[in-house]
Design a protein around this ligand. Structure first.
Ligand code: KIV
Ligand code: NA
Length: 279
């Protein structure tokens, strides 16, 4: 597979071909995403919940993100790989953000970084991109700010809310983002944004009018136990958890009944050697 670059993403956008993006959190989940031809693989800070069992994304540290970025980057031979700057690692100043972004490139081995926020983040985005590090924006519902937003709720539902999302989109484009994730906004609003912008919009819960789509791999592949809450926008394409459960239960049963290991899973020894051994 040829490595996806910003040039590839630009040409898909120009052709009007939807850009495919998915999260990965470790070597195997990145490997399968890359093999499936995803153009962008995101090491999202959603790994806090889906891989580390934390309550929300505010808990995950830069060091933890870097460990996972490294393992993902070892598998993404084709996909353009982006690391999510975690809460607390970029908001203090553009300098702090650039320092963190440089660590993501040098230690995390990703090709770009993502950060949440709109117009207020423009100087930060400018600082990082001026150092030659591609930045993916993230507007609409920004989960790192869930406490200020009053939870996970749709953004831009009112005309003034929609104006704010549009203003944020234009600001992060102007500041130099190569694309922008638009999360949980009405499809109509995301479509208008997409028409007004000259960079790709990557939608999640933002309808079918965006330049591309992103989903959390663990959610779309069904790699979670029954009963987990899924947002309305997630489509469950598989049942990885169910498949793993079946496999492990079968293994357990075959060990208990001595069906496993069978002769074909066993190393043989010649009769003579065994005889000498036991004499
Ligand atoms: O952390 C994450 O997985 C994300 C995507 C859902 C865009 O930010
Ligand atoms: Na995220």
């Amino acid at each position: 597979r040829k490595k996806v670059t910003l040039g590839t993403i630009r040409s898909l956008y120009k052709k009007g071909e939807p850009i495919t993006m998915i999260t990965a959190h470790d070597f195997p989940s990145a490997h399968v995403a890359d093999a499936a031809g995803m153009e962008i693989v995101l090491v999202g800070d959603s790994l806090a919940m889906v891989a580390l069992g934390m309550e929300d994304t505010s808990e995950v540290l830069v060091e933890e993100m870097l460990l996972h970025c490294k393992s993902v980057a070892r598998a993404t031979k084709g996909a353009f790989t982006v690391g999510d700057l975690p809460m607390g690692s970029y908001e203090i100043s553009p300098e702090q953000a650039l320092e963190t972004a440089i660590r993501f490139i040098k230690q995390g081995r990703v090709q770009g970084v993502k950060l949440e926020g709109g117009r207020e983040m423009a100087p930060t985005i400018r600082k990082i991109t001026s150092a030659g590090i591609p930045v993916l924006g993230h507007i609409g519902l920004t989960p790192q700010r869930q406490n200020a937003l009053g939870g996970f709720r749709v953004q831009g539902k009112t005309s003034s809310g929609a104006m704010k999302v549009l203003d944020d989109a234009l600001a992060v484009q102007e500041a130099g983002c190569f694309a922008v994730v638009v999360e949980a906004v009405p499809a109509e609003v995301a479509s208008v944004l997409t028409k007004k912008l000259s960079i790709p919009t990557i939608g999640i819960g933002a309808g079918n009018g965006c330049s591309g789509q992103v989903l959390v791999q663990v959610d779309m592949a069904g790699y979670f136990p029954p009963g987990r809450f899924l947002p309305k926008f997630v489509k469950k394409y598989g049942d990885v958890w169910g498949e793993s459960l079946k496999a492990i239960e079968t293994y357990r049963d075959e060990v208990k009944t001595r069906q496993y290991p069978a002769p074909e899973h066993t190393y043989p020894m010649s009769r003579e050697e065994f005889q000498t051994f036991t004499e």
